[in-house]
Design a protein around this ligand. Structure first.
Ligand code: PBG
Length: 335
């Protein structure tokens, strides 16, 4: 009997491998594991503070003591690393973000506490100035302009101070030109040859960062936008060129930020460079999933897993995600 579908497919039927759970497991190309996760956390001054971030359901700002407890759970779950972000008092924020240079600032105290009490978890610290400036920009503002070279010099100093406090990986996210090379040199001069640099190599001028700005208290402060230093969302080739400079300057790992709307960039970066590539599933990506799930419009758990697997499929070696603990718990239940 001649079957028209057999004639057309030449007997090649894709559904054979999809017919049962066991065949699907057998041919599954990508897997998400707890080793893929980096957990971004928000820190506030004080003790015993756990403060929900309204725009990010399920995410809290924590004082250092509570962060240490949360980090212990994360370490027990097998999460390899945390990325820390401070929400400091408004009175400490100024035009140049000078508090970033204080050895005992919130971020450095948190690093010391984490390294002392939870040595198994890696600590990744950001050197951008936005948590420290009165205007919410990532760099030093002079006469309406974010000045590049002065910002880089200050970032390099901040990086050394963060490394002195015990930071394992410095993650420059302020997109100033030359920053990776200058920071590498400064770290090496200070004897921190083993402190790595995870470059936020391709950071786009995105509207997906909104909830994060609430979390660190810069939302109301930011004047203007960050288009003179972040990459235009329209540009892919420019992003690869920017990353190439960071690779030349000595980055150890590369980051793409935001994540899901920029999977093409993840893929291109992985093809172009021999370095680990990470995606940052940013606050707005997290919040839109949570909001839709809370309304019953999507299955939040499944969408969470699907987005993270998509990063793996796009070539990412790992994902910075606010879902990290939730995912790690779900993965450990699955066994
Ligand atoms: C700035 C910075 C941003 C994020 C982390 N560090 C972007 C911004 O505020 O412009 C965003 C992270 C997120 O949205 O989850 N250096």
């Amino acid at each position: 009997m001649s079957n028209i579908v057999d004639q057309i497919t030449g007997h090649r039927r894709m559904r054979r491998n999809r017919k049962a759970d066991w065949t699907r497991r057998l041919v599954q190309e990508n897997r998400l594991t707890v080793d893929d996760l980096i957990w971004p956390v928000f820190i506030v001054p004080g003790t015993n503070v756990v403060e929900p971030v309204a725009a990010m359901p399920g995410v809290n700002r924590m004082s250092i003591d509570r962060l240490v407890e949360a980090a212990k759970e994360a370490a027990d779950l097998g999460i390899p690393a945390l990325a820390t972000f401070p929400n400091i008092e408004l009175s400490l924020r100024d035009e140049t973000g000078s508090n970033c240079l204080a050895a005992d600032n919130l971020i450095n105290e948190a690093t010391r506490a984490l390294k002392r009490h939870v040595p198994a978890i890696g600590v990744i610290t950001d050197v951008a100035l936005d948590p420290f400036t009165s205007h919410g920009h990532d760099g030093i503002l002079r006469e309406g302009e974010i000045v590049n070279d002065e910002t880089v010099e200050q970032a390099a100093k901040a990086a050394v101070i963060q490394a002195d406090a015990g930071s394992d990986i410095i993650a420059p996210s302020e997109m100033m030109d030359g920053r990776i090379g200058v920071i590498r040199q400064a770290l090496d001069h200070a004897g921190h040859q083993h402190v790595g640099i995870m470059s936020y190599a391709t950071k786009f001028a995105s509207a997906f960062y909104g909830p994060y700005r609430e979390a660190i208290g810069t939302g109301g402060l930011l004047k203007g936008d960050k288009k003179t230093y972040y990459i235009d969302p329209a540009n892919g080739t420019e992003a690869i060129r920017d990353a190439a400079l960071d690779v030349e300057e000595g980055a150890d790992m590369l980051m793409v930020k935001p994540g899901l709307p920029y999977l093409d960039i993840c893929w291109r970066m992985k093809e172009a460079f021999d370095l680990p590539v990470f995606a940052y599933q940013v606050s707005g990506e997290y919040s839109q999933i949570k909001a839709a799930a809370m309304n019953g419009w999507i299955d939040g758990d499944r969408v969470m897993m699907e987005t993270l697997l998509a990063f793996k499929r796009a070539g990412c070696d790992g994902i910075v995600t606010y879902f990290a603990v939730e995912v790690a718990r779900a993965l450990s239940k699955k066994g």
